[in-house]
Design a protein around this ligand. Structure first.
Ligand SMILES: Cc1ncc(COP(=O)(O)O)c(C=O)c1O
Length: 409
């Protein structure tokens, strides 16, 4: 049995006594899984001097951020609010990357005055005009590599007209800007759910080549700073870690092979969904079940409010397991099943047409692989309450309440 499933079944059995009537769903964070993914990431990039700044937006729960920081990892903030959340989680600013594409002048000023050392990446050459003289932060510039690294359309950020980054084709202007402003980091994030790691690696190689060219010019101009960090962003799809060579290690190995000069720089990464996806599980009671023809239609209490991406885009591979009221797996005869969420709109389905055992009122639907882009994307649509979040340590056989239910009205 997979470990996350084993952990979830153990938890449900031991936690069910504490469920109150209003706890129609519970969101869980697996600390052991998170440890496993963070350690694997560190190991994959052990050839480098690296800061792994985990993307906050993927799972912004304050306790999860605190945990990541306590393990020595960095955080990547996509808004000033996320910067402040990271500070509250106890991060040291050198490990905090600030990437918002729409920083206000006031936010930049605040970073300069309060968060010395933070890595602030501007999104374009235009944004450089907002940077104070001799900033107290490390200044980075996001480069649009102008490649198609196989991200689905919604997550593709590197097209010619992308709102993200300075197009790499403006290399002369970039080199001039680096002589005018103390830029010490180049940043690239080719897209999410990258389908082609060779292309993604080639894009990083182009950015490293640009950094080398910039450094030659800085030397010639007798500047006292250099590009010293390359921030490669995130972008890997979630994967189950097993005995095979992981996608993350293959990616790191490709970088070593295809971008030999990268070792001369400090490496910054910003992985999100790869780190979190398999670190979460959730469960909901089944409110009721209908049959439409031969199809089973089960209504549960987490829908497009929690599974925004699954409902609005397409199911991302979350695994559904039917349990009875006591939390025992129901492995009976399978029916073609749709799982409907609780929101009052036609698109609120977690998944359609999957084979599942018979469900009935009061049963439990367990969902594995809920750790990324779920809690952080919670939608107010229909104003439903955010469920309790519980942290589980399966090695120590303990669990703790991380947050109470949050009412939105
Ligand atoms: C700048 C930046 N870095 C990192 C990430 C994390 O990406 P992923 O979850 O695909 O690893 C994102 C995602 O949107 C991003 O925009």
């Amino acid at each position: 049995m997979n470990l996350l499933k084993e952990e979830a079944l153990w938890f449900i059995k031991n936690f069910s006594g504490q469920l109150k009537t209003e706890d129609t769903a519970i969101i869980c964070q697996s600390w052991n899984q998170l440890d496993k993914y963070l350690e694997h990431l560190k190991e994959a990039f052990s050839f480098y001097s690296a800061i792994h700044a985990i993307a906050i937006k993927t799972n912004p729960h304050p306790e999860v951020l605190r945990y990541i920081v306590s393990k020595g990892f960095g955080l990547e903030a996509a808004s000033m609010e996320e910067v402040e959340m990271a500070i509250e989680a106890g991060i040291s600013t050198e490990k905090l990357v600030f990437d918002s594409p729409v920083k206000t002048r006031a936010e930049i000023k605040k970073c300069n005055e309060k968060y010395a050392g933070i890595k602030l990446n501007v999104n374009s050459l235009e944004e450089l005009n907002r940077i104070p003289d001799n900033p107290n932060f490390s200044l980075g510039l996001r480069i649009n590599p102008m490649v198609d690294a196989g991200s689905p359309d919604l997550y593709h950020v590197s097209s010619d007209e992308s709102k993200f980054g300075e197009p790499i084709s403006n290399d002369q202007a970039i080199i001039s800007a680096c002589q005018q402003f103390p830029i010490t980091q180049l940043h690239i994030h080719s897209g999410s759910a990258l389908g082609n790691l060779e292309v993604a690696t080639a894009a990083i190689a182009a950015v490293v080549a640009l950094a080398n060219r910039i450094n030659v010019q800085l030397e010639l101009a007798s500047k006292d700073y250099r590009i010293k960090s390359i921030d490669i962003g995130g972008g890997l799809k979630p994967e189950k870690l097993g005995t095979d060579l992981s996608q993350m290690k293959q990616y790191a190995n490709l970088l070593v092979k295809n971008v030999p000069d990268l070792v001369n720089f400090e490496l910054v990464t910003e992985f999100g969904q790869w780190c979190h996806f398999y670190c979460g599980f959730a469960f909901s009671t089944v409110e009721y079940v209908m049959f439409r023809g031969k199809k089973q239609l089960a209504f549960v209490h987490l829908g497009a409010d929690y599974f925004m991406r699954d409902a609005y885009v397409k199911p991302r591979g979350i695994e559904f397991i039917c349990l009875d009221k006591e939390g025992k797996v129901n492995d009976g005869e399978k029916h073609t099943t749709d799982i409907a969420g609780p929101l009052c709109f036609a698109g609120d389905y977690l998944v359609k047409d999957i084979p599942l055992s018979s469900l009935s009122e009061g049963d439990i639907l367990l969902m594995l692989g809920t750790g990324s882009n779920t809690y952080g994307l919670w939608s107010r649509h229909c104003s439903r309450t955010i469920p309790k979040v519980v942290g589980v340590d399966f090695e120590k056989l303990t669990f703790t309440l991380l947050s109470e239910r949050i009412k939105l009205y």
